[in-house]
Design a protein around this ligand. Sequence first.
Ligand code: ADP
Length: 424
Amino acid sequence: MDAFIILILIGLLLYFFRKYLLYRNYVKHLADSLKVRQSYLYEGDSEPGSSKQMVKLTERINSLIKDNTRLQQKQASHLGQLEATLENMLEGVIVLDHKNHILLANNALRDSFSSWIGKSEIVGQRLEALFSSSKLRSFIDSIKAGGANKPEEVELIHASDRRWVRVSGAQARSDTNDSDALIMLIFYEITHQKELEAVRREFVANVSHELRTPVTIIKGYVDTLTQDYETMSESNKRLFLKKLKKNADRMNDLLVDLLSLAKIESTEPGTSFERVGLNALIRQVLANYTDRLLDHKMELELQLSDTEILLQADRSKLEQVFENLFHNAAKYTPEQSTLRVGTHQNEGEVQIWVEDNGEGIPEADLPRIFERFYRVEKGRSRDKGGTGLGLSIVKRIVALHNGSVIAKNAEGGGLSIKMRIPTV
Ligand code: ADP
């Protein structure tokens, strides 16, 4: 080849190689800039060989990178704010995609359902895997359908555990694509309120039930007495009056116990603490009970400590505890049974026991007998004038003294009530 042509070819090669190096430099700048989103492409015509278009292109790309960076910073700070807001909320928040997959769950939600979630990561799971509730599902469906979504009270079930939440929600959706939709749910736990409501409802139902029977009986006898008074025999009149008295007494006992319980359970239980000699107090209640124990031919076995035990206690309430327990021992044992009462001082506390040797209570009923209106044999307790409130009053009074009470079946039969009350 002619030397002249070779020279031209080398010149061309050098030219293109230089251009290549130049472009490589631009591309490297661009890649770096996109990577760090802060430094920009080199601007200006000082770059040897830059054409005007190249400078313009560089400026445009830089301006794009600037806008993009600004937007990303703005978005990041919004996300940061959103995240901080969600984490500081007391209510649990969950964000779902359109297929109910969890995208985000704040700390309040994770904490309050930690026993359900365990160590597993809930982001990515379907909501249904965590909370089983058809009502929650329909609530989410109604949000997706754009329906009115007032907060709903929903019962959530997980294994054998049940919790109540008030849940409100909203949807964020792009105009074009339903699959972009995000659902945000806010959970406010109301399990405790629901439990209190249930207890209140049950209590009202129990009281109404307890009062209905004596009221119905009293009304029946009074109606008969007023209609047939002239024609009735004297013995029937006496019998009817006896029945009226029995049922009026029953209502009275119930109301006395109810008022007593209401007082003890109120925020101001009206306690008046003083220094009380426990053994002396027990002897005094027993003395008031002598007739009743004699009627029942009950034997008394005292196991009181040798030295007096001094307690900071509400005297009249503590008397009520022993009255209720002695009353039960006499009510639920056959004649000639034994009542055993004992005290023992330990370090910082006193142990007290009241035992009988009657039939005792079936093991399955034992944990429930301190509940209001719980009776082992409903008919038997009512016949004996029981209100079903005696032991719950005992438990409340012992709790007012910071103590505890348990019921056990004594060895060889009979019920044993054991209490512990701090002496300091
Ligand atoms: P009540 O007014 O019906 O006696 P309590 O709350 O005092 O109510 O007692 C709850 C239930 O526990 C009673 O209905 C009775 O079935 C059972 N009970 C209480 N004390 C004894 C006892 N000493 N022996 C056997 N059963 C008892």
